[in-house]
Design a protein around this ligand. Structure first.
Ligand SMILES: Nc1nc2c(c(=O)[nH]1)N[C@H]1C(S)=C(S)[C@@H](COP(=O)(O)OP(=O)(O)OC[C@H]3O[C@@H](n4cnc5c(=O)[nH]c(N)nc54)[C@H](O)[C@@H]3O)O[C@H]1N2
Ligand SMILES: Nc1nc2c(c(=O)[nH]1)N[C@H]1C(S)=C(S)[C@@H](COP(=O)(O)OP(=O)(O)OC[C@H]3O[C@@H](n4cnc5c(=O)[nH]c(N)nc54)[C@H](O)[C@@H]3O)O[C@H]1N2
Ligand code: SF4
Ligand SMILES: [Mo]
Length: 664
């Protein structure tokens, strides 16, 4: 018998969609959108629909595996858990808990996924990965400027006169924003896209600005200088609600408009046009995460925030510097769930430099790595280093649904359930402010188990089973404790399927900011207190010496896969190298020609696609590709970190290109 249930997308994505899932004979047969959800409105993407395939695929891992003499063999859960627990116990006794690395990311947005942190807290500590491959620089930047990173409710975009999409490829990555852009255009709202790539989002813009990668901060300075020249700075906001503007004036004076035009590749009349768009608001700015994956990424976001602020677009309906929406995650009692207050022996590596740190052998060497909700061999920068590092670790445990490139490095692979085989609630601190419920709809495939079950079983064997002796509902209720006073209970979420969290639709409406001064801070007191130079300045990206490798390489998110999660189900094995017309002419290339893109870190082979109008010196290769489907672009990327925040700098990357002459 066919039944349809409310469910939710667990994928790390802006949109956090609500689903309707059809189940027949204990099998998920179809994933659709839920028309009743006020933001996601029944529209979902192919990645969401393919969660059916991710659940049913014959490629799923169904039994625990152990590597012996280089080959995986199936073992029982009992054996796997006993042996892993024994290793965890003896490593802790001999070297202390920091000899264990928990390498993880956020591939599933479930609240209960945070129990991994509870596990390591109870274990007594660990080497934890901190920082973010994703958005770290920008989050810190907005925290310095506003005191938090908060976004306007999605529908508020219709109150704007101008919308600036600054480095966000909404057509692929944030489909409900894209739908809003199409609707906004119909209503006569002007859309501008600033991006080095002329992608699907850029193609619908009324104004497209092609910019040299890593130079957006300088463009923001140029626009502010134009606002000054046109005498349209919002003096009332600057005088009453901001701190440090005079320091910032000195930064503005350091750059001439001619220099800015030269460095950004944006023409003077375009800068004037952008200044007019900002001064004739309300103007909303939607920042993407791509433009801050540079060493100077935090400075870039700060300078764009400053532009939004001085043009009077903060705290007003139809305005905003929309980046993350941290208030969503902050609504939950995560500390209670993870036992964050408990003191443990902790060491931190950053996500970006974990490979270097493992190899450096500084302090306690890593004896064991447990990988969850992440695929570091594909997703971390500088793949060759990562592989070397993972090869050097005695014992690697990977919990995953598939035999990924990372799982291939494991000694134990533990099969875990998919979203439809476990119960959780889901949210994303990125765009809208709804939390969605995802019930368990079907039996787990084979012997796969939830992450929660795995942590619980290991906890029992390590002597802290009582900290995990809670049902799923009890754990969810712990995580929801802070929301009960707002009338948001687990019971209601289960019944209604989705609930809006109590978060303002227009942040900073009262012009009271969460910074130390309570004002918008051009010069950050928080930064100064932490020992940084809190002044707002422009910095250049890290890779700027173009003599050796002349082209900028960005590696945006693939349209049909969430990072590495769908490639193996799509059976797509062609690396596409998107190049500008200028590069095509330089190398006499046409579409589908074979090329090698390389730098000192590695090389990757792929097929040309010429993208007219994209920035002249820019190449794109989408991230997320498995070795067997052409390989990850991260073989080329830089494992450094941003100057502000602990952010990845994967797009701060210069490369060369050469044609592969066909041998026939
Ligand atoms: N289809 C799909 N959607 C996804 C994901 C996915 O893997 N696939 N992942 C999700 C996740 S985890 C995230 S973090 C978000 C990210 O969402 P986005 O921020 O939209 O996507 P990214 O691919 O990170 O960023 C790429 C954009 O930044 C631009 N860019 C790069 N360098 C610069 C620059 O210097 N200046 C400017 N102005 N633009 C620049 C790129 O050309 C590209 O358009 O997407 C989410 N949605
Ligand atoms: N060059 C380059 N590199 C990038 C980026 C880029 O733009 N360019 N983007 C960066 C960004 S924004 C991000 S967010 C990261 C993402 O990096 P990751 O989070 O590592 O990537 P994913 O492919 O989403 O997922 C990793 C694994 O989690 C597994 N998984 C899914 N659900 C579960 C679960 O419930 N439990 C467990 N245990 N495992 C599960 C999946 O099967 C998959 O193998 O990549 C970063 N890397
Ligand atoms: S991946 Fe994003 S857009 Fe696609 S269904 Fe999931 S939440 Fe929605
Ligand atoms: Mo991300």
């Amino acid at each position: 018998m066919k039944e349809t249930h409310k469910s939710a997308c667990p994928l790390n994505c802006w949109d956090a969609c609500s689903f309707r899932v059809t189940v027949e004979n204990d099998l998920v047969v179809k994933v659709d959108g839920n028309k009743d959800h006020p933001i996601t409105k029944g529209k979902i993407c192919s990645r969401g629909r393919m969660l059916e395939a991710r659940t049913n695929s014959p490629l799923r891992l169904t039994k625990p595996l152990k590597k012996e003499l280089g080959k995986f063999k199936e073992i029982s859960w009992q054996q796997a858990l006993d042996e892993i627990a024994e290793k965890l116990h003896s490593i802790k006794e001999t070297y202390g808990p920091t000899a264990v690395l928990h390498s993880h990311d956020y591939s599933n947005n479930g609240l209960l996924k945070n129990l991994d942190q509870r596990f390591f807290t109870c274990y007594g500590g660990l080497t934890e990965v901190v920082g973010s491959l994703c958005w770290g620089a920008g989050i810190e930047a907005q925290t310095w400027d506003f005191g938090n990173s908060e976004s306007h409710a999605p529908e508020d975009l219709f109150n704007s006169k101008h919308v600036i999409i600054w480095g966000r490829n909404a057509a692929s990555t944030n489909i409900h924003l894209f739908a809003h852009l199409l609707e906004a255009k119909k209503r006569g709202i002007h859309i501008t896209v600033i991006d080095p790539l002329f992608h699907k989002t850029a193609q619908i813009a009324d104004t497209y600005v092609s910019i040299r990668p890593g130079m957006d901060g300088l463009l923001a300075i140029g626009i502010i200088k134009e606002l000054q020249r046109l005498n349209v700075l919002n003096r009332s906001f600057i005088e009453n609600y901001s701190y440090g503007f005079n320091d910032f004036m000195r930064t503005l004076d350091e750059y001439s408009l001619d220099e800015i035009v030269e460095e950004t590749s944006v023409k003077k009349d375009m800068i004037t046009l952008l200044a007019k768009q900002y001064s004739q608001g309300p103007t909303s700015t939607y920042l993407g995460l791509g433009l801050q994956r540079y060493a100077n990424g935090g400075h870039t976001i700060r300078l764009i925030d400053a532009l939004v602020a001085v043009s009077g677009n903060i705290g007003i309906s139809g305005g905003g510097a929309n980046y993350g929406n941290l208030s969503v995650g902050q609504s939950f009692s995560l500390d209670a769930l993870t036992l964050a207050d408990k003191k443990v022996e902790k060491r931190t590596f950053t996500r970006m430099n974990q490979a270097e740190k493992i190899l450096s052998n500084e302090g306690v060497p890593i004896r064991m790595a447990i990988v969850t909700r992440g695929n570091p061999v594909t997703q971390l920068p500088d793949t060759n280093q990562v592989e070397k590092a993972f090869l050097s670790i005695d014992t690697i445990v990977v919990i995953d649904q598939y035999m990924t490139d990372t799982a291939e490095f494991a000694d134990y692979v533990l099969p875990c359930t998919t979203v439809f085989e476990e119960e959780d609630i889901y949210y994303a601190s990125m765009y809208h402010s709804y939390v969605n419920y995802g019930p368990k709809l079907v039996s787990p495939k084979g012997e796969s188990k939830s992450d929660r079950w795995i942590w619980t079983e290991l906890a029992k064997r390590l002597g802290f089973g009582k900290d995990f002796a809670y049902s799923g509902d009890e754990f969810l209720s712990i995580g929801l404790k802070s929301l009960v006073k707002e009338g948001i209970t687990l019971e209601r979420i289960k019944k209604e399927g989705f609930i809006k969290l109590p978060i303002p639709d227009v942040p900073w409406k009262d012009f009271r900011f969460k910074t130390p001064s309570g004002k918008y801070e051009f010069t950050s007191n928080m930064a100064t207190r932490e020992g940084y130079d809190g002044r707002l300045t422009f910095q250049y990206p890290l890779e700027v010496e173009k003599e050796k490798h002349p082209y900028h390489l960005v590696s945006k998110h693939p349209s049909r896969s969430n990072h590495s999660q769908h490639f193996h189900l799509l059976n797509d094995d062609k690396v596409v190298v998107e190049i500008s017309e200028v590069i095509a002419n330089e190398h006499v290339l046409k579409d589908r020609d074979k090329v090698i893109v390389f730098n000192d870190r590695g090389q990757i082979e792929g097929f040309v696609k010429i993208t007219p109008k994209s920035h002249a010196d820019t190449i794109n290769i989408d991230e997320g590709r498995w070795k067997s489907f052409g390989g990850t672009v991260n073989i080329l990327t830089n494992s450094g970190q941003s100057q502000i925040g602990l952010g990845g700098i994967q797009y701060d990357c210069l490369v060369s290109l050469r044609k592969v002459d066909s041998i026939t």
